[in-house]
Design a protein around this ligand. Structure first.
Ligand SMILES: N=c1c2ncn([C@@H]3O[C@H](COP(=O)(O)OP(=O)(O)OP(=O)(O)O)[C@@H](O)[C@H]3O)c2ncn1[C@@H]1O[C@H](COP(=O)(O)O)[C@@H](O)[C@H]1O
Length: 107
């Protein structure tokens, strides 16, 4: 399983969403629109936090997998390729996180 990548999952999500198979969770979720997809992303984020605080590594692993899957769904629905997120992360590697934070424009 070590060859499986987030890019593979991103591709699978796009295929399932486009296919519209009624047996596909992805197609069903995407069909319910962005607000539902983002609601699920938020729920999985909270469940990952709860798992992390419990210290149960099996639960953390499962919740983190749910979180990454739902993040990829939201990226797909909003039209942001995973490659853009990875490029953003790569661009940040030239400086520390605290330097990057200081350089951000105030909101
Ligand atoms: N990685 C995942 C994955 N992770 C989590 N989930 C689904 O996310 C859902 C989260 O569970 P919840 O109980 O929170 O959600 P729910 O109760 O079903 O939804 P709501 O009632 O809240 O709307 C579960 O139904 C999980 O099956 C996933 N569904 C699909 N994938 C991948 O996507 C591929 C395609 O799946 P289908 O689209 O179903 O063909 C699969 O082969 C997997 O590789």
């Amino acid at each position: 399983m070590n060859n499986f990548s987030l890019e593979d999952l991103e591709r699978m999500i796009a295929e399932r969403a486009a296919g519209g198979d009624p047996a596909s969770y992805t197609a069903k979720l995407v069909g319910r629109g962005l607000p539902k997809c983002t609601q699920k992303l938020g729920e999985e984020a909270v469940e990952t936090v709860i798992a992390a605080l419990s210290g149960d590594r099996t639960e953390i692993t499962k919740e983190a997998a749910d979180l990454l899957y739902h993040l990829l769904v939201v990226l797909m629905v909003t039209g942001v390729p995973l490659a853009d997120v990875l490029a953003e992360l790569e661009s940040r590697t030239v400086r520390t996180g605290l330097e990057e934070k200081a350089a951000r424009k105030p909101v």
